[in-house]
Design a protein around this ligand. Structure first.
Ligand SMILES: C[S@@+](CC[C@H](N)C(=O)[O-])C[C@H]1O[C@@H](n2cnc3c(N)ncnc32)[C@H](O)[C@@H]1O
Length: 292
């Protein structure tokens, strides 16, 4: 660790309002401007994903017309709609946030080709309201760290996937270096948060009946997005403080600042995992099975 660690604020760590304040005001011009400044292509994302990354994910998942993709924790649905438009797949987006799903349903009705993406309010920690084998692919971007019981979550994803179906998720909370207590507190200040050791997802995927086919370190791009997000908001600090309150504005800035630093220094890494569901029952050892 370096001397900059001493700059981390020590607070009694109240929860920082991140999703409520963003999803409630998603269309306000100041938030659209900020997103355009960070991502150039603003497709309504509310995490670390870039257009370039998403294009790569569509390719990895071999998504095409007639296929069905489940987007777990889809936020306001912009990323799901972009995938539907680009790939021709039918996307079902689910999220626990009422305002996120409200925006997603409105956007889908407004500019999505009819029936191409649908959105439902669902807690991804519980049983999913979908039949066994009803999806060709499952995706979850920057949200697995908010779900408590990963064994159960992976089991549900395996259940709703067809045999041989593909899974792609990003995990922005892989502990790959030294983390100070205050850094962990600020990084997790936006809500429930799970941090994992580098090989944990690999092991748990195998136990759930998946074969890991690709793993990519996306930390550098994540650090850049977080730093750009922080800078774009800082430039508009007076107006944002008025809209969000001083406490929320400062809390989000600390969160973005720590995210940029930890990812940039590879102490908290963000990885993408591509896996496929074994063809047969997951009780058969993964080594003796083949994904297509
Ligand atoms: C960082 S955002 C990512 C949103 C979107 N995937 C994207 O890339 O823009 C994380 C999302 O996880 C959702 N989330 C958190 N806990 C959840 C749960 N138990 N079930 C479903 N969604 C959840 C939040 O509401 C939020 O929309």
């Amino acid at each position: 660790m370096n001397s900059r660690n001493s700059q981390v604020h020590t607070h009694s760590d109240p929860k920082v309002d991140f999703y409520d304040s963003t999803y409630n005001r998603f269309d306000d011009s100041i938030y659209c401007e900020i997103r355009r400044e960070i991502w150039q292509e603003d497709f309504g994302q509310n995490g670390w994903i870039t257009a370039q990354e998403q294009d790569q994910f569509i390719q990895w998942l071999s998504l095409g017309s007639g296929q069905r993709l489940l987007d777990v924790a889809c936020g306001t649905g912009g990323p799901s709609l972009r995938i539907a438009r680009k790939s021709g797949a039918h996307v079902v987006g689910i999220d626990i946030h009422r305002d996120g799903i409200r925006v997603a349903q409105r956007e889908s009705a407004r500019d999505g080709p009819a029936g191409v993406a649908t959105f439902q309010l669902v807690d991804a920690q519980g049983p999913l309201p979908f039949d066994d084998g009803s999806f060709d692919a499952v995706m979850c971007i920057d949200a697995i760290n908010h779900l408590a019981d990963r064994t159960r979550v992976f089991a549900e994803w395996a259940r709703v996937l067809k045999p041989g179906g593909r899974l792609l998720f990003t995990d922005p909370a892989i502990v790959s270096g030294l983390l100070a207590k205050d850094e962990i507190a600020v990084r997790s200040s936006i809500g429930f948060f799970v941090f994992v050791a580098p090989e944990t997802n690999d092991r748990m995927l195998a136990e759930a009946g998946f074969q890991l086919t690709r793993k990519a370190d996306l930390s550098e791009a994540t650090a850049q997005v977080a730093a750009d997000w922080h800078a774009a908001r800082q430039k508009r600090s007076a107006e944002l403080t008025r809209i969000e309150s001083e406490e929320t504005f400062q809390g989000q800035q600390r969160f973005l600042n720590v995210t940029a630093r930890l990812a940039g220094e590879r102490r908290l890494s963000r990885f993408a995992y591509l896996a496929c569901r074994n063809e047969a029952s997951h009780l058969i050892p993964a080594a003796s099975q083949h994904c297509k």
